[in-house]
Ligand binder design. Structure first.
Ligand code: XIL
Length: 326
């Protein structure tokens, strides 16, 4: 049985995978691999949900002020509609992959507030009704749990967070609105405390925030326990209605060996176990599913093999591990 089908039987809404437009994918090892890749992605018993890895980011959708381009984002959004998959949309406000003009402008506070509102109105408005969830705000926290000193924070302080969620709620009333971040999967970390503070702040202001997304870019050799993931998820669920694992991958320090693949399998299984056991956990999304298309080797030197399908399309042990756990 395949992952989405099992996930739904276990009470989740979805099991999915992010994907990218063909020309933004990392290189595939041989030409036939694209067809094999597309066939796995198209199987709705395997993946019932998808997220555009890059195409909806500010850099692509508003490369110049008020110049909107949805070509990249539409590729994955259209794939989701034609295949009948749920779409998670990603990401409206983020300091990275931001269009250069946003950082190059010498902003007054009201002008930047307008630019953020206009961006959200245009982008979330364009996709209105099609996004099951929107990552409204991505990675707004530093490692110590304080607010990241992005252009948004430097000019507007905490206000930018409030106005972003208000604008998203107005632009797409049906999408679940998420705060999404990495390194917020463990219960006792200061960054997790920061994420809890952030969503509580919104709730206390009466601003709608529906979910916390734990990106879950994890390490095979040092991963959280299922109990940790459950405790963290339950803590978020006291503030917001739902949680999800939004960008799951489990990197291995190269070279790959049986021991490390075993640790990786255990890590993937713990995420499944946690999501199944937490009522508020709606789903799990892999950050792509095919190793050659993973971002990991490009960003973390000497790390790789973080997904479920090897380059030759054989499956990692983690795949069967998750099947067992569901
Ligand atoms: C990554 C993509 O996978 C890469 O292709 C891109 O070059 C950089 O961004 N957190 C996020 C994602 O929220 O958007 C990032 O995706 C990975 C980390």
């Amino acid at each position: 049985a395949q992952l989405h089908k099992l996930a739904v039987q276990a009470g989740l809404r979805y099991f999915g995978a992010a994907t990218d437009t063909p020309h933004q994918r990392e290189r595939a090892p041989y030409p036939e691999s694209y067809a094999q890749y597309d066939a796995i992605l198209a199987d709705n018993d395997e993946f019932g949900q998808t997220t555009p890895t890059n195409g909806q980011k500010w850099l692509f959708v508003e490369p110049a002020p008020r110049l909107f381009n949805f070509t990249e984002g539409d590729y994955v959004a259209d794939l989701a509609s034609s295949q009948g998959k749920l779409l998670r949309c990603h990401a409206l406000v983020w300091h990275s992959q931001l269009a250069p003009w946003v950082e190059e402008t010498n902003w007054t506070a009201p002008a930047l507030a307008d630019a953020i509102e206009r961006h959200i109105r245009a982008v979330a408005g364009y996709y209105r009704g099609r996004c099951h969830a929107w990552d409204v705000l991505n990675e707004a926290l530093d490692e110590d749990g304080s607010y990241r000193q992005s252009i948004f924070y430097r000019v507007l302080g905490e206000e930018y967070i409030k106005l972003a969620f208000r604008a998203a709620a107005a632009a797409d009333p049906d999408a679940k609105l998420y705060y999404n971040d990495y390194g917020i999967e463990r219960p006792d970390s200061v960054k997790t405390a920061g994420a809890l503070r952030l969503v509580r702040m919104l709730r206390d202001e009466g601003i709608r925030v529906d979910g916390v997304g734990m990106q879950a870019h994890l390490h095979a050799d040092n991963h959280p326990s299922a109990e940790d993931l459950i405790r963290t998820s339950e803590a978020y669920a006291e503030v917001v209605e739902e949680v999800a694992f939004t960008e799951l991958d489990v990197r291995i320090k190269l070279p790959v060996d049986e021991q490390k693949l075993q640790w990786q399998k255990e890590c993937y299984q713990k995420v499944v176990e946690a999501c199944v056991r937490v009522d508020a956990c709606v789903g799990i999304t892999l950050w792509d599913f095919y190793d050659p298309f993973s971002w990991v080797p490009h960003v973390f030197p000497n790390n790789g093999a973080s997904l479920l399908w090897f380059e030759d399309f054989s499956k990692h042990p983690a795949y069967d591990g998750m099947v067992e756990t569901f």
